[in-house]
Design a protein around this ligand. Structure first.
Ligand code: GLU
Length: 287
């Protein structure tokens, strides 16, 4: 644990769960980690509900998040920002990127993308598998416009080549556990910034919201390490500050598999129902 900071630098961190299921032990670890760091640094702890996926996210899971975090003994600032109430903010940022030619519409279906990847096995791969092969990046302006006018379903993808041409290097952030890290954004390729049915994606919403909330230290799991490389690019393109990052270890179950929302037995609710106390759970997680 770090020493309590003695300078007057603000320290603002957050926990940003998605209400698409019940929180499990892995979420508890992340929330407690951020909360402890906020306290250690005499800083602020913010909770944000990341519910842009309005089909998978449910109000009852948002309520369950509040109940679980309160059970853990956490307190947070109100009002809590719920992303689904702020789609207009993300649309504005997306139109800025559109105006600068930094995004392009992608009309590909999932099937088409898979077929394209299968045709070209040498297509670029990232840590999570094959990357978008760039099919729609090569459409002419007229073709794009014709399909947009026809109302064809489309996402908006970041044009990474155009973005990197705009930015001066080095693109570095400070990772508190790793030291300075130079972004390698091609790991994730031309990511989606607005989905077919939603005017944003995780990447765009998280970057904007962290900046709006004045987050100085982002604490989240290692599973999002590669996303950070893209977030640094988006911060530079949108003239937003780059916070410091901590990508903590991921908790594993007895079989060595990461906790996920499908592990019903590891949900905080089920632990509570089994009579496990918050103090015992916290101690078992090292808090
Ligand atoms: N909403 C994301 C999740 O539940 C976390 C986002 C973040 O911490 O940046 O996995």
């Amino acid at each position: 644990m770090q020493e309590k900071s003695t300078n007057s630098e603000p320290y603002v961190t957050r926990f940003a769960p998605s209400p698409s299921g019940l929180l499990h032990k892995g979420h508890a670890y992340s929330a407690l980690y951020a909360y402890r760091e906020a306290q250690t640094h005499g800083g602020r702890f913010i909770l944000r509900i990341e519910d842009i996926d309005t089909t998978r996210c449910k109000p009852e899971y948002t309520e369950a998040i509040y109940a679980d975090l309160a059970w853990l003994g956490l307190t947070w600032e109100t009002p809590v920002r719920q992303q689904s109430n702020h789609f207009a903010d993300y649309e504005t940022a997306l139109s800025d990127l559109k105006a600068e030619g930094l995004v392009y519409p992608c009309f590909c279906t999932r099937k088409e993308i898979q077929a394209e990847i299968a045709k070209a096995p040498s297509a670029p791969h990232g840590p999570d598998g094959p990357l978008y092969p760039g099919t729609c990046k090569h459409l002419s302006r007229q073709q794009q416009q014709a399909q947009l006018n026809a109302g064809d379903a489309h996402t908006w993808r970041l044009n990474l080549d155009a973005a990197l041409k705009r930015l001066s290097t080095p693109l570095v952030w400070l990772d508190t556990l790793k030291g300075p890290v130079t972004a390698t954004p091609y790991d994730l390729g031309d990511v989606v910034l607005a989905r077919k049915d939603t005017p944003t994606s995780y990447h765009l919403a998280v970057v904007l919201d962290d900046a709006l909330a004045g987050i100085t230290n982002i604490i989240r799991g290692q599973d999002l390490f590669h996303a950070t490389h893209i977030h640094i690019i988006l911060q530079r393109l949108l003239s937003l500050p780059t916070p410091h990052y901590t990508h903590h270890k991921l908790l594993m179950d007895e079989e060595g598999v990461r906790f996920a929302k499908r592990n019903k037995s590891a949900t905080l609710k089920s632990l509570r129902d089994q009579g496990i106390s918050a103090a015992n759970l916290k101690a078992s997680l090292g808090f």
